[in-house]
Design a protein around this ligand. Structure first.
Ligand code: ADP
Ligand code: MG
Length: 408
């Protein structure tokens, strides 16, 4: 299956075939195919909710929504991966109100989480005054679920573009973030959606989480990213995440008494922190220490990348990992071991846990040439320690989400 002289990636082929089967060839007409990538964050880590910076790369794993619009009627979504479907009425979509159960009435309960993301996007479009079309959307993806590559944001972005036929914009990313916050009940920051929409191939996206200014920076040629899944479900992540956010709030309250107006930790320079850090009891001092250092490291990392200094960039990744492990205390032995093993491989620049921690993945930034050696070393070493071979994904940087109109 080709369009614009290009092969469609695997999930798009499945979604298009699925749509054709469901709609029937006789109906003819056009379809919109939206593709949105997952992402992996190279630097930063709990920096987003501190108004700091992040540096994600979109990767060549995607969620697709193949959509056939109808002039009127209902809006139906089908998930090929979950073998599930649901229908909503685009003329009668509820508004979001805290805990009023509107979603349950609409898409039927808390099971089938994917429905919440897909319907949530339609609901937020409606709330934003955008038309929500009738039609059939078929969804398929190959972003691994729940392992830190942000399949949920890719799903939201694909659904948004399929329904709206819009361009990828920061406003679209914010809309999808609201869908996830409100309708899926996940208090995520803006990075995942922003990266899925605005990333560019061969580049990393430097995003200021305060004002959403961003620019893309070239990744040095011949570099690649490998993600190793610890296989540990992030069960603690939700409760520990809330705890970290509370600790930061408490630390800010204390710091504001001496350091003056301090909207967020972003505004605390390493120099000022060094003067006031003994006011904070542990673990608050360590938590703030991590955030201040991590924000500074993203800035330095951007300069290193721009200069093609992969060695310094890699060092910053490792420093970031150590800080997440020792000061923020969100690592686990599996993630630490992956980093350790990766760093023994010639051609690896750096490695760190990525995402919120307590499970999920470590990301390795390396010379393309050493991908195979890396796979061997990490899987063998990990197996020795933990008795199983971890899923490992060699990834290429990909462009941001887009939508194409095609003949069915
Ligand atoms: P991640 O880190 O991958 O974003 P989340 O728990 O935030 O993990 O999101 C995973 C959820 O996103 C899945 O449980 C599912 O509801 C939804 N999702 C992701 N990919 C797909 C897909 N291909 N089809 C349907 N739903 C998907
Ligand atoms: Mg997610």
């Amino acid at each position: 299956m080709t369009a614009f002289g290009q092969e469609w990636p695997e999930p798009a082929r499945r979604a298009i075939t699925g749509l054709q089967e469901l709609v029937g060839a006789d109906e003819g007409g056009r379809a919109r195919i939206a593709l949105a990538p997952g992402r992996v964050n190279l630097l930063g880590g709990h920096t987003d909710y501190n108004d700091g910076y992040v540096l994600p790369v979109a990767v060549d794993r995607r969620v697709t929504c193949a959509f056939a619009e109808r002039a009127e009627g209902m809006l139906e979504f089908v998930s090929l991966d979950f073998d599930d479907r649901f229908i909503i009425d685009p003329r009668d979509l509820p508004r979001y109100r805290e805990d009023d159960g509107a979603f349950e009435r609409l898409a039927g309960g808390r099971e089938n989480r994917w429905r919440r993301y897909a319907a949530g996007v339609a609901l937020e479009m409606s709330a934003a005054g955008l038309p929500v079309p009738a039609g059939l959307g078929v969804i398929a993806g190959d972003v691994p679920l729940g392992s830190g590559l942000s399949s949920s944001a890719a799903l939201e972005a694909a659904v948004y573009l399929a329904l709206s036929n819009d361009r990828a914009t920061p406003e679209a990313a914010l809309l999808c973030q609201r869908a996830e916050n409100r309708w899926a009940g996940v208090p995520c920051g803006i990075m995942d959606q922003f990266a899925s929409f605005m990333a560019e191939e061969g580049r990393a996206l430097f995003l200021d989480c305060r004002d959403l200014s961003w620019h893309n920076i070239d990744l040095p040629a011949g570099t690649a990213v490998t993600v190793v899944d610890s296989g540990v479900r992030r069960e603690l992540a939700a409760s520990e995440y809330v705890k970290r956010r509370q600790e930061i709030e408490t630390a800010l309250t204390i710091l504001r008494k001496v350091a003056g107006p301090l909207p967020a930790l972003r505004d605390l320079t390493p120099e000022v922190f060094a003067e006031v850090d003994d006011l904070l009891p542990e673990p608050l001092r360590s938590r703030v220490d991590h955030v201040v250092g991590a924000i500074a490291r993203v800035k330095e990392g951007v300069t290193s990348l721009a200069l093609g200094d992969t060695v310094r960039f890699g060092e910053l990744m490792v420093e970031c990992h150590q800080s997440l492990a020792c000061l923020y205390e969100v690592s686990i032995p599996e993630l630490d071991r992956i980093v350790e093993l990766a760093l023994t491989v010639e051609g690896v620049f750096g490695a760190r846990l990525t995402g919120a921690g307590f499970g999920g993945c470590s990301v390795v930034f390396h010379d393309n040439e050493c991908a195979e050696a890396l796979r061997q070393t990490v899987t063998d070493g990990f197996e020795k320690n933990f008795g199983r071979r971890p899923p490992i994904h060699h990834l290429r940087s990909a462009g941001g989400a887009g939508v194409w109109s095609v003949e069915r």
